[in-house]
Design a protein around this ligand. Structure first.
Ligand code: IVH
Length: 696
């Protein structure tokens, strides 16, 4: 592990602060690597965020603790006026494309012929390394002696923009490379190249948040990634869910790679993520097989891919093949069919959502997009509909990303029929005819009637949905049936359903009815965060629900929180706070929550770090001072062990100190402890005490 160095000026910083800082630093860096390189996080996002805030606060209070490769440097720096130029050495080339199998075979033939003609070298078959072609923005990051030095966009291949500050906020990009035990040391100089992208979950969430805030949504994950990375204000980049996968190197000193597969195996050892799927193929047939596999799994992939990149595996052959001015002769991008199509808008209708939002939806001539038939696409809201100027009869470019509803990207204006007709937002709710409202400064037109059948239905669907209570088998169709048959009108009703009632529904057998009842039973113990999210409080998305669950610990505490308390929570603004207060003071929503609790729902509180200090923890109320060197644990580990049992570690001895833990070569603290009559533990006694309590 890289140990943070403590500068001489830091002598003034209390030892417990230094220890805490070291602990946080290490936890944050380690978890980053686990999360991004090995896809195996051990702490929740909320816990990560909390540790990050704590470290930021420490660094603010003790500026000597700051350092350019601290994990806090991921939060962004003050905005720039413009980007500097970033040069690539050697240039970052582009890739040749193939869209048919024949083109891929032709590529291999060309490569063979080139080797034969230029080097008189005859090759039977190439080994290929195949990787998904991720759809984001290509970047280069330079590490000097293992520390992130700078980074830039691809630009025109020769030079791009220096986006060092922005890249540092991308959590998957290590600020320092890891030196694996017994493994290859990170090179003295490494220019590593890859794609920064946004996964679909992050993209969908970002767009939902943008729509809530009346900001225009991004058209696709690639635009979202590119837009986020090219911000002059890196603090904005820091809030965007960006991922990275490295796939090539530029200039390198200190190591060499004999093949592309060797490169892809080496990078993760230094903490640099590569695509989670790639394959070494013994010939072109196998490579095409890999393409087909990825294509058929495309619909379920967590990120957008626009094809597979085939690379001749051997670096020696790559060097011989070289490049044309545009692209290497040793690689090709075998593209997937596009997920964009054009079609014609037949009508524009209005749909009412859970929050009463009235959304314009384009009904279109059916068209297949990336293998799925599409007939509807969202226009998001009135402003978006106007901005894109979509009219009935227009030809439009539509696109699908992940499992989100397809959307209209743009109108193809040159094909607009003379009779294309603009459609106005309705003045009243299309379902219950209540006059619609568009609050000042908002982009959304709403039906304000909380008992509007559409609002109720959508609220119930939301409650049961995957991200909320996640009731197996309780999909949209069934919710509709239950609402239409009058069996369910609020969430608690789901839990009162009997097998008889369910099996009386159309297309519902006895077995499915039983399964559903079991699924409902299982759903009765959601995490508090899911429960909060499932209530459908406006502006409270998944992330905020987690934050609230962490902070308040129970639904009762949350419902009693006043405006001031809520606003004091990091990430809760006045608008959101007001919504939450309003929700819990509304008789109907209060009743709805009470009914759920009465129906047997038991949200589970998050395990809170603060909790370990109170209640039944073994070291609760005890304070420890550490002095000297411990042989079995580092200071920070000892501190963590004490804290895990609810104790506190403080820096100086007083008569109120519970124990002094004295390691090798103790300092003057030992004398103070002796004269104040504080209990002294040597390392053995301390370890025994920990062991006794950790076991119980
Ligand atoms: S290799 C000389 N590998 O595709 C090697 N590129 O059209 C050139 N891309 O600018 C790049 N995934 O943005 C390579 N696994 C991958 C890739 C990949 C995405 C992008 C990259 C590049 C573009 C070339």
């Amino acid at each position: 592990m890289n140990e943070p160095k403590i500068p001489a000026e830091a002598q003034d910083v209390p030892v417990e602060v230094l220890n805490r800082k070291e602990f946080l630093w290490r936890e944050l860096s380690a978890n980053n690597a686990l999360y991004y390189t090995y896809d195996a996080p051990v702490i929740s996002d909320a816990e990560y965020d909390r540790m990050m805030r704590e470290l930021q606060e420490l660094e603010e209070k003790y500026p000597v603790l700051t350092s350019p490769d601290s994990p806090t440097m991921r939060v962004g720096a003050p905005p720039l006026d413009s980007f500097e130029t970033f040069h690539h050495d050697p240039p970052m080339r582009s890739l040749e494309n193939a869209v048919t199998e024949a083109e891929v075979f032709a590529f291999e033939e060309r490569a063979k012929r080139f080797l034969l003609q230029t080097y008189d070298r005859s090759i039977e078959t190439f080994d290929f390394t195949c990787e998904p072609k991720l759809d984001g923005l290509a970047v280069e990051v330079i590490y000097r002696n293992g520390s992130l030095h700078s980074g830039g966009t691809r630009g025109n291949g020769i030079s791009g923009e220096d986006i060092t500050q922005n890249l540092k906020t991308v959590r998957g990009i290590p600020l320092r490379l890891i030196a694996p035990v017994g493994g290859p040391e990170p090179p003295a100089y490494l220019a590593v190249r890859g794609e920064v992208f946004m996964n679909l979950r992050g993209f969908e969430k970002l767009n939902r948040e943008r729509l809530e805030k009346d900001e225009p949504p991004f058209a696709n994950p690639r635009n979202a990634a590119a837009g986020s990375l090219r911000q002059l204000d890196s603090r904005i980049t820091a809030t965007r869910p960006l991922d990275v996968a490295f796939y090539a190197v530029g200039r390198v000193e200190g190591v060499s790679f004999h093949s592309q597969s060797h490169l892809l195996e080496s990078l993760p050892k230094w903490g640099l993520p590569v695509s989670p799927v790639w394959r070494k193929c013994a010939n072109l047939r196998d490579a095409v097989g890999f393409y087909e596999e990825l294509l058929s799994a495309r619909e379920n992939a967590p990120y957008e891919q626009d094809g597979v990149v085939l690379k001749v595996n051997s670096m020696e052959l790559q060097n011989e093949l070289g490049s044309t001015s545009r692209a290497p002769r040793w690689a090709i991008a075998y593209k997937f069919p596009p997920k964009q199509e054009t079609t014609q808008v037949e009508d524009i209708v209005f749909q009412v959502g859970r929050t009463g939002a009235i959304t314009p939806v384009a009904l279109m001539k059916p068209v297949r997009v990336g293998g799925v038939e599409v007939t509807r696409a969202t226009l998001h809201n009135e402003d978006e509909m106007r901005r894109k100027d979509v009219r009935k009869g227009d030809y439009v470019l539509i696109q699908r990303a992940g499992d989100v509803i397809p959307e209209v990207v743009a109108v193809i204006e040159r094909k607009r029929p003379p009779d294309a007709e603009a459609v106005l937002m309705p003045g009243e709710c299309p379902i219950c005819a209540t006059p619609a409202e568009r609050p000042e400064g908002e982009a959304v037109v709403r039906c304000p009637n909380p008992t509007c059948p559409a609002v109720v239905r959508e609220g119930l669907r939301h409650f049961a949905s995957r991200r909320a209570l996640d009731v197996d088998g309780l999909g949209e169709k069934l919710v509709n049936q239950l609402v239409d048959s009058g069996l369910v009108s609020e969430p608690a009703d789901f839990f009162a359903l009997s097998k008889e009632q369910l099996s009386s529904l159309e297309r519902m057998g006895e077995k499915s009815a039983e399964n559903l009842i079991e699924a409902l039973e299982r759903a009765k113990k959601p995490s508090l965060a899911r429960f909060i999210y499932s209530l459908g409080i406006r502006h409270v998305g998944e992330h905020l629900a987690e934050v609230l669950a962490e902070r308040f610990g129970s639904i009762g505490e949350l419902s009693r929180a006043g405006l001031e308390t809520l606003v004091s929570v990091h990430e809760v603004g006045p608008q959101v706070a007001e919504r939450i207060v309003r929700f819990f003071s509304d008789v109907r929503s209060k009743q709805m929550v009470d009914n759920l609790l009465m129906a047997g729902l038991e949200p589970e509180s998050p395990r809170r770090m603060e909790d370990s200090g109170s209640g039944g923890a073994a070291f609760s109320g005890l304070s420890f001072v550490l002095t000297g060197t411990l042989s079995r644990r580092s200071r920070s580990e000892a501190k963590a062990a004490i804290e895990a049992l609810g104790g506190r570690v403080i820096s100086s001895v007083s008569k109120n100190t519970s124990f002094l833990v004295a390691g090798e070569r103790p300092g003057s603290k030992l004398n103070s402890a002796e004269s104040l009559g504080v209990d002294i533990l040597d390392e053995n006694a301390f370890e025994q005490m920990l062991a006794r309590n950790e076991r119980s």
